[in-house]
Design a protein around this ligand. Sequence first.
Ligand SMILES: NC(=O)c1ccc[n+]([C@@H]2O[C@H](COP(=O)([O-])OP(=O)(O)OC[C@H]3O[C@@H](n4cnc5c(N)ncnc54)[C@H](OP(=O)(O)O)[C@@H]3O)[C@@H](O)[C@H]2O)c1
Length: 324
Amino acid sequence: MSRAIVVHRTGGPEVLEPSEHDPGDPGAGQARVRVHAAGVNFIDVYFRTGAYPRPLPFVAGLEGAGVVEAVGSGVAQLGPGDRVAWASAPGSYAEVLVAPAGQLVKLPAAVPEEIAAAAMLQGMTAHYLVHALRTPRAGEVALVHAAAGGTGLLLVQMLVRAGLRVIGTCSTEAKAALAREAGAERIVRYDREDVAAAVRDHTNGRGVDVVYDGVGRSTFDASLASLRPRGLVALFGQSSGPVPPFDLQRLNSGGSLVVTRPSLAHFVATREELELRAGEVLSAVAAGSLRVRIGAEFALADAADAHRALESRTTTGKLVLRCA
Ligand SMILES: NC(=O)c1ccc[n+]([C@@H]2O[C@H](COP(=O)([O-])OP(=O)(O)OC[C@H]3O[C@@H](n4cnc5c(N)ncnc54)[C@H](OP(=O)(O)O)[C@@H]3O)[C@@H](O)[C@H]2O)c1
């Protein structure tokens, strides 16, 4: 037996209960991993509340890093002692995880487990948003909401490296300083400024080429209103709540606008694409060209506090659980 955060019923952070849990032995195609650190992501909140349905009970978490203890039959690419990380292995808030070996990638020696657990899911998300969803062009202008969040800080850095100019939004001066440090040239305090007006002002009335919106309900209208004709909104999350249905005619009157609602899973669907994205993110981290900010670390047993912090809007960068 080992310790894990088991969700027996959906609800508030209090349903994240530390429990004894038997992950079992690795079956065919699986590996058993001693989890050193697990990443805390907003998607974990959606599963916890039931906003994204999942059969109960389940062990929370999708992301982490650790060391392989044993492998099942048919696993040739990994063995005991290998340091690995992952972004999509359900049950990661645990001391021990049994996961499909195909979800695990080997870690470069220069990347510590905590950093890998912080970088995998949000880093590969930023990577597909910048490089796969559309072709980035130098000189374009992007608007990134929640620019000091875990995904936001990585997204800003990757966009700037791809040659784009970035306008970021956030809710405090401390967050504004972090987003500027990551490379945003203009910060809009969306808690007190009109975002679309500030964006028009900063772009001489033109609007931005692309908006990265992981906030959803409270920002979506401003996202549409901030675009240039034929611009794209990538609505990739809903930390403020889901976007209500809207009249598609708004896309026409806004200038033949495009909206997409992407998910990481569709951009790491093959082993080849997973290795490409994880490889580029982890090698940039190892080289120091992508900085990962761990805003706070929590003990595994305090996963509920990590969720409270994430939902309270007080966090910056990534939250990580120390597991084993
Ligand atoms: N589709 C995908 O592939 C994918 C992958 C990864 C993440 N995501 C999404 O990306 C978004 C960001 O995830 P993350 O884990 O990096 O979180 P995060 O950005 O570190 O934290 C959420 C941030 O959203 C902002 N926010 C605005 N209104 C909020 C509200 N009512 N409640 C809570 N937060 C609010 C806050 O920043 P301010 O205080 O600055 O407003 C808060 O710090 C989430 O929606 C997540 O689901 C999607």
